[in-house]
Ligand binder design. Structure first.
Ligand SMILES: Cc1cc2nc3c(=O)[nH]c(=O)nc-3n(C[C@H](O)[C@H](O)[C@H](O)COP(=O)(O)OP(=O)(O)OC[C@H]3O[C@@H](n4cnc5c(N)ncnc54)[C@H](O)[C@@H]3O)c2cc1C
Length: 271
């Protein structure tokens, strides 16, 4: 029987970030994760956008959270010698006079102006862009190559023994006064579930009113389109290098399983 401080179920971005931080603080951690190539984290565009929604509201604690996120990803980049966080401007293309008005009304907000620059209602033409209502540039965001990051972390985890590729079975979990026992060989003081949409099937949490969404992204090749920025006009277009872009994501609430089976060629996932 091996004792851990934390048993973590799931190694998407939530479980990966949490387990990394716990290990960094000196805790003994075991992660159980069944690899799913179409998990939300594996197909996500990985965008960090501080200004979103129809009213262009600044996200909650944007300055603090983006600073912390950038530092976190830079630390991982130094650790693995590989770039994961791409801090690029997001060009938000406006699609109506109403959006122009919302942007202009917001532009007086003080904290907002650190993040949004270059409000341009009559921009010069750019190859491949429809910008008849102009656009604004959103700064301090960008995108994270999540799949690559998770692969690097998981490879290290398997090698060092803190990650096991297996399905967590709730029937093998016993909770007692000093924590949990899992199966025949694991004892932990705490268990943390980071299982994404699978939380709806977790017997400890399936009473919560969780409603999974389903999203799809499409990887396309588009010669001539600028790779210096992320584009957003309803959907996002994220540069992947070599004139390839990730477009999406859709956002729906259908029956997940049926869709996953019926469109095998696409990145169709649960989030
Ligand atoms: C198409 C798409 C695009 C998106 N784009 C963005 C974006 O640009 N920006 C953004 O911020 N968000 C985006 N999202 C949302 C974001 O991807 C998710 O919120 C995030 O990845 C969820 O991470 P997670 O770790 O909570 O869950 P997940 O990524 O679902 O990870 C859960 C992990 O737990 C494992 N697991 C589950 N049950 C068990 C079990 N019983 N035993 C063992 N392992 C188990 C799974 O295999 C998986 O590896 C997008 C989502 C989708 C679907």
């Amino acid at each position: 029987m091996t004792s851990y401080d934390y048993l973590i179920v799931g190694h998407g971005i939530a479980g990966a970030a949490l387990s990394y931080e716990l290990r960094r603080r000196g805790h003994a951690v075991l992660v159980l994760d069944v690899y799913q190539p179409d998990s939300a984290s594996n197909v996500a565009a990985g965008l960090m956008n501080p200004v979103a929604g129809q009213r262009f509201a600044l996200t909650w604690r944007a300055d603090e959270l983006l600073t912390a996120a950038a530092a976190f990803y830079r630390e991982l980049e130094a650790h693995f010698g590989q770039q994961f966080f791409f801090e690029v401007p997001i060009l938000k293309l406006l699609s109506s006079v109403a959006e122009q008005n919302a942007i202009l009304a917001r532009s007086a907000d003080n904290p907002w102006e650190d993040f949004v620059t270059d409000i341009n209602l009559n921009p010069a033409p750019q190859a491949g862009l429809r910008q008849e209502f102009g656009g604004v540039t959103i700064r301090r965001g960008g995108y994270v190559a999540l799949r690559e990051l998770l692969e690097a972390l998981a490879a290290e985890g398997r090698q060092n023994g803190w990650l096991r590729r297996e399905t967590f079975d709730p029937q093998q979990l016993v909770v007692d006064d000093s924590g949990v026992v899992y199966g025949k060989d694991v004892r932990a003081r705490h268990i943390i579930f980071c299982e994404g949409s699978a939380a709806t099937q977790n017997p400890y949490f399936n009473w919560l009113p969780l409603r999974p969404n389903q999203g799809e992204v499409l990887d396309v090749e588009c010669p001539g389109l600028s790779e210096a920025q992320v584009l957003n006009r309803g959907a996002y277009v994220v540069p992947l290098g070599q004139q390839r872009f990730r477009v999406g994501a859709t956002y729906r609430r259908p029956r997940l399983r049926r869709i996953l089976r019926s469109k095998p060629g696409r990145n169709s996932v649960k989030s």
